[in-house]
Design a protein around this ligand. Structure first.
Ligand code: G3H
Ligand code: 13P
Ligand code: NA
Ligand code: ZN
Length: 328
């Protein structure tokens, strides 16, 4: 059934596990996630960005997720709006039937300019009022996502930060988080703890302490009843990068967030872990390999099938690694 995100995250908190939230844009990704979750009896959070709604079309996206709910009646599914840039975007998602929305007020509506704290509180409170009235969960965001290695914010996807910001300014401040939750009443809070979106997170192999674990602990101590969310949580598996390169792709050296660090973060209150890039890499590696090995083939089903299986393999791994198996 379609469930609220609050319900799933409360269960995850009580039982101390984390739930991967996978981004979806098309049929094969939805099928991969559902098939993995059903196999392991895991709960599902499927999230759609504004770009996904634009790519698939609102009706297609809505009905793809509804089809997933119908095809797998026993699996609890959350349909979540990822990075809603305004109350209007969140309103649109709620009208479409989403059971959870993210109001990302850390940036202004252009998705680039760092917003004032007052603006963030104001838009997030507005969304909480309208969402809670109809049983929809709200995720907010406080702080600016960005790699602690480069001290720069995301470049790839427009969630920008200013290159002159210091480490402290980038990370979510625990006192401010407490005030933010008190003023907005959000159910979940995305925090900045050293991750960034996309494939290019770290240029050197992480040697532990990529995440600001002590900061997670401090934030969790101040807002124990608010579920923490980690964006930019792809691990960027090296074997997938190698496969992409081997079959003609051009990707420079890069590293993601090690799974062991995510497991550590789960111990201190991180409950929702956003993953998009790893599924993109898995599908691309599978398709590149297929075309290299089968240059005469042209039926999309033949190359989308291994791509779907590769996406499913990522989902199976993350459900297991985050402690989700058997929790559906
Ligand atoms: O936050 C970014 C997610 O990976 C979604 O990416 O905006 O390209 O759909 P997108
Ligand atoms: P990745 O780019 O690390 O997969 O992060 C996705 C994300 O945070 C979506 O909101
Ligand atoms: Na989100
Ligand atoms: Zn994100």
């Amino acid at each position: 059934p379609l469930v609220s995100m609050r319900q799933l995250l409360d269960h995850a908190a009580e039982n101390r596990y984390g739930i991967p939230a996978f981004n979806v844009n098309n049929l094969e990704q939805v099928q991969a996630i559902m098939s993995a979750a059903a196999e392991l009896d895991a709960p599902v959070i499927m999230q759609a960005s504004a770009g996904a709604r634009k790519y698939a079309g609102e009706d297609f996206l809505k009905h793809l997720i509804q089809a997933a709910v119908e095809a797998y009646p026993k699996v609890p599914v959350v349909m979540h709006q990822d990075h809603g840039q305004s109350p209007a975007v969140c309103r649109g998602a709620i009208d479409l039937g989403f059971s959870s929305v993210m109001m990302d007020g850390s940036l202004e509506e252009d998705g680039k300019t760092i917003a004032s704290y007052e603006y963030n509180v104001d838009v997030t409170r507005t969304v909480v009022d309208m969402a809670h009235a109809v049983g929809v969960t709200v995720e907010g965001e406080l702080g600016c996502l960005g790699s602690l290695e480069t001290m720069k914010g995301d470049k790839e996807d427009g969630h920008g930060t200013d290159a002159t910001m210091t480490r402290d300014q980038l990370l979510t401040d625990p006192e401010q988080a407490a005030d933010f939750v008190k003023q907005t009443q959000v159910d979940a809070l995305a925090i900045a703890i050293g991750t960034s979106h996309g494939a290019y997170k770290f240029s050197r192999k992480p040697t532990g302490d990529i995440l600001a674990i002590s900061r997670i602990k401090e934030i969790n101590a101040r807002i124990p009843n608010t579920h923490l969310v980690m964006h930019g949580s792809s691990s960027v598996p090296q074997d997938l990068l190698e496969e992409i390169r081997k079959y003609g792709g051009d990707m420079k050296e890069t590293y993601g967030v090690p799974v062991e660090e995510i497991q550590e973060a789960i111990k201190y209150g991180v409950r929702k872990i956003n993953i998009d890039t790893d599924i993109r890499l898995a599908m691309t590696a599978a398709i590149r390999r297929f075309f290299a090995e089968n240059p005469s083939k042209f039926d999309p089903r033949e190359y989308l099938k291994p791509a779907r299986e590769a996406a499913k393999a990522i989902c199976l791994q993350r459900y297991q690694q985050f402690g989700c198996a058997g929790q559906g």
